[in-house]
Design a protein around this ligand. Sequence first.
Ligand SMILES: [Ca+2]
Length: 390
Amino acid sequence: MMTANTTNQSSSDNITPAGNTNPASEAGHTSQTSSASSVSKESPATSISQATTTGHTSQTNQAARTAADKPKIVFDCDPGLDDAIAILTAAYFCDIVGITTVNGNVGIDYTTHNALAVAQIAALDVEVHRGASRPLIAPTIDAARVHGATGLGDAKLPSLTRTVASNDAVGYICDTARSVDELHLVAVGPLTNLALALRRDPDLPKHLQSITIMGGSARIGNVTPVAEFNAWADPEAAAIVFKEAAPVTMVGLDVTRQILFGMTEVDRIREAATPTALFAASLVAYAYEQSLQRGLSAAPIHDAVAVITVTHPHLFTISAHPVTVELQGETTRGMTVVDLRPRKRIESETRPASDSSSGNTSPDNPDSNVVWEARSETVRNLILEAVTTL
Ligand SMILES: [Ca+2]
């Protein structure tokens, strides 16, 4: 049987426990048709195919796009080297309505400071709201060994001239979902803020166009053999999100590791020579060095891939499957378990005999949109385009 081993880790490999493209213009899509249809069920949260329509026209004329063309997003993050690159990527391809911060790669003081610093360096007109300082239940961990003690490697940050708009990221997420139409939520840190938002407003997904997370994995972990950092850092929060915000789009570690950055890319970014590009180059260079030390051949920039999944969904292979988060396993806690069994079998084994409904899966185990493969070179070029042009 196709059991799905799943798990992964995310934004930080190894941790210390303590689109604008016109789909037609892109050759060779990988998106599965079946997934596209399953993704766009009428359910609340979303559809990747809808994201396609809100987005883009062509990756060569990004500058010509107006703000109205770009998907509106709230970006929930824990900067973090790759989070910082993701903010820059989102600033280029999306209309960032707001940034919320969460404890994760480093503590909440650092992640919030770093989000403000990135926005300042890139001159982004965006509010930053400080969020959760600890996981729901799990002990606090970080990934400072990967991202540096302050979270942004050895980048030189300016003195902050900006301050947070609030200390209530959860309230901001809930309010903004109701006040901004067609809002996409992209969460690339531990899912604490989003879980708390779902507790505060169970109808939250109905007010969002889509929910995309960088976290989990369908194949391999990084903190443990099967658990990815963001899922492992707050597994109870991840469990709430996969169950109560379905269908969530999962951009897992096994996908983000398909898009790698080395010194060639660092040099290409540096050549742009803008303050933003030089900052981005320092982050990618640090990530590259860290990746080499951890046995990888180059650096994944995990969180930026999640942004591209929203803006250029046709560059990814996506299919719908139930995903649950393992909370009890001695060696598998934090694993995102993807159920790849044939649909009829899932139905017969999860639905009570008395239930004759025709739903795809048990309500207790709803489908998520699992991302499998990326057109990695195109995705990487889009991220490079963003950080060198912004
Ligand atoms: Ca992150």
